[in-house]
Design a protein around this ligand. Structure first.
Ligand code: TXA
Ligand code: MG
Length: 349
């Protein structure tokens, strides 16, 4: 049985103690972070970490990131930290970033899937920090979802998927950001973004550092290709419906293309949806429309994106046309998730 704690209004300190003891004893705890919820286990406990892979049905070549609550903990598990990496740590932690560092030997092989590196993240969310701090051990935690599905950002979605698969679920309300952390790896003095997130390329450039976006952020990984981050290879975020992403610099062209797609597919599908900006609903009266927010506020879109993708399943959508957003700031991260949700099925007009 999964035990649920509600920390939305009040963080109960005796419950924090119970959760941290449970983690130390090899149990799984779902906890909120500012990005998405995580399924946590003691990162130093091989058997506990194995339980995460089981609960999620996660491919065993996709490494976990390790969560810490202070900077000393980083030095206990990572080594040879360069000046650039230190600069990233000093400027962005705690916050929505994961930095891939050389790992020390105390991290079990299943956390990193036998890589020499480990992803380190220091969440800002107060509940996450209290749980990690009180347990005193680093916490391995992937996003709280069944592998391949959108990451869990609210308790209803998470309960539906993970009830009875984990020991505890902590409700901290809806996640503030709603998209997973920016994953970076420093190579040859350049900060390579392996997964875009709230911390944007511009934010990193503003520290005086060179940045590049990994080529797989918007492009499908071919079978034989070697990738920097194993997560890039796997199917992710996909709704049950067939989905297509429509992108354009020009809003009118984009809307026309979506109308065209509706016309072409109307007779082939029973339950077509357009997922897009609320202000565009008026253009698509003959199909279902699901809003993911407004064009003026991409932070709101980022917050809604995963729950919107799940709504498509709940409403039995069989074909979804998804509106693209501007490829800028957090828009880069939103587009990365949408392209993957659509199985790289994208039309640019
Ligand atoms: O915001 C987040 O990062 C959330 C919360 C819970 O902290 N966690 C999360 O974890 O999104 P997960 O496991 O769903 O995604 C971690 C990503 C995967 O794509 C994985 O392949 C990549 O990070 N990764 C982990 N360790 C790596 C490593 N050593 N080298 C390259 N990529 C790594
Ligand atoms: Mg994930």
């Amino acid at each position: 049985m999964t035990k649920i704690y509600d920390f939305k209004n009040n963080i109960d300190s005796s419950a924090i103690k119970e959760l941290s003891e449970a983690l130390k004893n090899g149990k799984l705890v779902v906890f909120p972070t500012e990005t998405v919820y995580g399924i946590g286990a003691n990162a130093l406990d091989y058997d506990a970490v194995n339980k995460i892979f089981k609960a999620k049905g996660r491919p065993t070549d996709n490494p976990l990131i390790v969560h810490v609550s202070n900077k000393e903990m980083i030095n206990n598990i990572a080594k040879d930290i360069s000046n650039i990496e230190q600069k990233l740590i000093d400027n962005f932690m705690p916050g929505p970033i994961t930095i891939i560092l050389n790992k020390k030997n105390n991290i079990p092989s299943n956390v990193t899937c036998n890589l020499d590196t480990v992803g380190i993240r220091m969440p800002e969310n107060i509940i996450a920090r209290k749980i990690i701090e009180s347990s005193g051990v680093p916490i391995a935690a992937p996003s709280a979802n069944i592998s391949g599905k959108p990451s869990g950002t609210n308790i209803q979605d998470i309960k539906k998927e993970l009830d009875n698969k984990v020991d505890y679920i902590v409700d901290g309300g809806e996640c503030e950001i709603g998209l997973e952390s920016t994953v970076v790896k420093v190579e040859n003095g350049i900060v390579n973004i392996l997964r875009p997130g709230k911390i944007s390329p511009e934010d990193i450039q503003n520290l005086g550092l060179s940045v590049k976006l990994d080529s797989h952020i918007f492009n499908e990984v071919k079978n034989e290709e070697k990738v920097q981050s194993p997560g890039m290879k796997h199917k992710h975020y996909a709704p049950n419906a067939k989905a297509v992403l429509v992108c354009s610099d020009n809003e009118e062209r984009k809307i026309e293309q979506i109308k065209e797609l509706i016309k072409e597919n109307k007779d082939n599908y029973k339950n077509i949806f357009v997922l897009g900006f609320e202000e565009h609903s008026k253009y698509f009266n003959d199909v279902n429309f699901l809003s993911f927010g407004t064009n003026n506020d991409l932070n709101l879109v980022s917050k809604n994106i995963f729950s919107s993708l799940r709504k498509l399943d709940k409403q039995k959508c069989d074909f979804c046309i998804v509106e693209g957003v501007k490829k800028q700031g957090i828009g880069i991260a939103i587009l990365n998730r949408l392209i993957r949700a659509c199985g790289y099925n994208k039309i640019e007009v």
